[in-house]
Design a protein around this ligand. Structure first.
Ligand code: NAD
Length: 484
C-alpha cells in the first residue's frame, strides 16, 4: 500500500494544490514506489508566502505573542512530534536509506530536544534590554522577529535539519515556508499533522514540496525576509548569489570534507572506540555533512590504523535500511549511487589502495541503490577523493608525521565544517582541536549539541544554527536611544 497525499499544507490548513503534477517517492532499499505528494507550483508558493505575510503582519498574531505563549506552542509541537516519531523515522529510513537504528538515535530525539531548547531560551531571553550610553543616557535594545522565512532543506537528515530552522524561527515569532527535498517528503507530511495538532496559528507554517527550481523561486520571492539553506556548496552558492542581488539575509549550511585526526597515543581498540569512530566517519551511509572522511593516521602507527579502520568497515552489516541490525543502508537515490560509485572508480584510478569495499554492489544484494562501504589507504591529500565531498560511505586514509603536520593537512581543505581528534591525552587533543580550521570538532567522538553553535567556515557555509546564535539568525535588533 502506498501513502498518497492529495493536499498541500499551506498556512496550517490542508488545501487543494493549484497544479496537477506529483512527486513519486521510492524506497531506497527496494526501489519500489512507496507514496506520492503534490508537486507544488510557483502559484502554491505565492499562496504560502501570502498567508505567511498576513499572519506575520497581524498585530495580535503569532509574531506579537508573549514569548512564553510561543514557548508553550513549541512544547506542544515537541509532544505531537514525539507521538508520531516512530512513523516518521520509518518513513525516513525507507526514503533515504538511513539505517533505522541510526534514525532512532538521531531523527527521533533531536527534533523534540531542539524545540524544547528554543522554548526554554525564549522564556529566559528578555525582549528588551537596557544598555548604559556613552554619549547619551541609555539605549533600549529590542529584539523582534525577522519576518517571513524561506527554509530549504536536504534529504539526508530531513527532520533534524528542518527543525534547526523551524524551531528558532517559530521561537523568534517568524512565519515560515519550508521547501523539503523531493526525496524525503512523506515524513514532512507527517510533521505537518503534528504542526496542525499543536495548534500553531493559521498562516505561520507552510510546506511546499518541489525541486531546486521551486526552491529558487521561493528564495527570490518578494515576500521573503530571510533565507535559511542547508544543502550542497553548489546549491548554497546559487542561493547566496540570488540573496546578494536582493540584499536578503541568508544563512548557509553546506558541504564538508572533515578530518578525523588520530593522534599517535589514540586508543585503537575497536571494542572501545569502534562505534564512536564509525558514527563520526560513516554514519547514515556516509550521507552526513560533518563526517570525518579524511582519516589522518600517524606514520608511526600507520599500518595499525589502516588495519583497524579496514576491519571496522568490512565488519558492518549492509542491508535494507529498515532492518534493525543494518549499519549501512543504500544511497538515497540513483543519482547519489552513481555519484558515489564514480568517486570510488576515481580513487582506484588515481592509485589509492583499496583496503575495504571497492567498486560495484555489495554481494547478495540485487536491488536498492547500494554501494560498498569503501576505505582507501595511501591517499595523498591532493587526490580527488581527499578534496571533494563524496557524500557516501568512502574513507581516505592519509599519513602524517607530526601533530603540526596533521593540523596542516586537516586545514588544507576548501571546507571547514566538522572534524574529530582521537587521543588518550585530553589536553593534547584539545590543542589540536583548537588549531583546526573548522566550525565544530569532537574529541574521541562527534555529536552536535543543540545548545552550542553549529556551522561551517570556508566553503562549508556562513552563519550558525543551534544555540542562542541559531535564534539570533531569526531576530532583528532595534536600538532606541534615550537622551535622559
Ligand atoms: P542540494 O544542494 O542539491 O539540495 C538541497 C536542497 O536545496 C534541496 O531541497 C534542493 O531542492 C534545494 N536546492 C538546490 N539548489 C537550489 C537552488 N539553486 N535554489 C534553491 N533551492 C535549491 O543538496 P542535497 O544533495 O540535497 O544535500 C546534500 C548536501 O547537503 C551535501 O553537500 C551536504 O554536505 C549538505 N549538507 C550540509 C549540512 C550542514 O549542516 N552544513 C547538513 C546536511 C547536508
Amino acid at each position: 500500500m502506498t501513502i498518497d497525499h492529495s493536499s498541500l499544507f499551506l498556512g496550517g490548513r490542508w488545501v487543494k494544490p493549484l497544479g496537477s503534477s506529483r512527486i513519486d517517492v521510492r524506497s531506497a532499499s527496494t526501489e519500489e514506489v512507496i507514496g506520492s505528494v503534490p508537486d507544488a507550483t510557483d502559484a502554491d508558493v505565492d499562496a504560502a508566502v501570502a498567508v505567511a505575510r498576513r499572519a506575520f503582519d497581524d498585530p495580535s498574531g503569532w509574531s506579537h505573542w508573549e514569548p512564553a505563549r510561543r514557548a508553550e506552542a513549541l512544547e506542544r509541537l515537541a509532544e505531537e512530534f514525539e507521538k508520531r516519531a516512530d512513523v516518521i523515522i520509518d518513513l525516513i529510513s525507507q526514503q533515504n536509506g538511513m539505517p533505522i537504528s541510526i534514525a532512532r538515535q538521531l531523527e527521533a530525539p533531536f527534533p523534540g530536544a531542539i524545540l524544547r531548547f528554543y522554548a526554554e531560551l525564549i522564556r529566559k531571553q528578555p525582549v528588551e534590554e537596557r544598555r548604559d550610553g556613552i554619549f547619551i543616557e541609555s539605549t533600549t535594545v529590542r529584539r523582534s522577529p525577522i519576518g517571513v522565512v524561506a527554509a530549504i532543506v536536504p534529504w539526508n537528515v530531513p527532520q533534524t535539519l528542518l527543525m534547526t530552522k523551524l524551531a528558532p524561527a517559530l521561537a523568534a515569532g517568524c512565519s515560515i515556508v519550508i521547501k523539503p527535498s523531493p526525496e524525503t517528503v512523506l515524513d514532512v507530511f507527517e510533521l505537518a499533522e503534528a504542526i496542525a495538532a499543536a495548534q500553531i496559528p493559521e498562516g505561520v507554517v507552510s510546506i511546499v514540496p518541489g525541486g531546486r527550481e521551486l526552491g529558487a523561486y521561493l528564495v527570490s520571492h518578494p515576500g521573503i525576509d530571510k533565507v535559511a539553506f542547508t544543502g550542497s556548496t553548489a546549491g548554497g552558492t546559487a542561493v547566496a548569489t540570488a540573496c546578494a542581488k536582493l540584499l536578503r539575509p541568508v544563512s548557509l549550511e553546506l558541504g564538508g570534507k572533515s578530518a578525523a585526526v588520530i593522534l599517535d597515543d589514540a586508543d585503537l581498540d575497536l571494542s572501545r572506540m569502534g562505534e564512536a569512530f564509525f558514527a563520526a566517519t560513516m554514519a547514515n551511509n556516509g550521507q552526513v555533512c560533518f563526517l570525518g572522511t579524511r582519516v589522518l593516521a600517524p606514520r608511526s602507527r600507520y599500518d595499525e590504523v589502516v588495519d583497524a579502520v579496514a576491519a571496522l568497515v568490512s565488519s558492518v552489516k549492509i542491508g535494507d535500511a529498515t532492518d534493525d541490525d543494518t549499519l549501512v543502508g543504500p544511497m538515497a537515490s540513483p543519482t547519489q549511487q552513481q555519484r558515489v560509485s564514480r568517486y570510488i572508480d576515481i580513487g582506484i584510478k588515481e592509485g589509492a589502495r583499496v583496503v575495504a569495499g571497492g567498486a560495484g554492489m555489495p554481494t547478495d544484494i540485487d536491488r536498492g541503490w547500494f554501494v560498498r562501504p569503501t576505505v582507501f589507504a595511501d591517499v595523498d591529500n591532493n587526490a580527488t577523493v581527499a578534496r571533494e565531498e563524496i557524500f557516501g560511505p568512502v574513507l581516505s586514509i592519509i599519513a602524517y608525521d607530526s601533530d603540526a603536520d596533521a593540523i596542516a593537512i586537516a586545514n588544507d581543505s576548501d571546507y571547514g565544517l566538522g572534524g574529530t581528534v582521537w587521543s588518550t591525552d585530553e589536553d593534547r587533543a584539545t590543542s589540536v582541536a583548537a588549531a583546526m580550521q573548522t566550525g565544530t570538532v569532537g574529541i574521541n567522538g562527534y555529536i552536535p549539541d543543540p545548545g552550542a553553535p553549529f556551522g561551517g567556515i570556508k566553503r562549508s557555509g556562513i552563519g550558525r544554527e543551534f544555540g542562542a546564535e541559531g535564534l539570533a539568525a531569526y531576530q532583528q535588533l532595534k536600538s532606541i536611544y534615550r537622551m535622559q
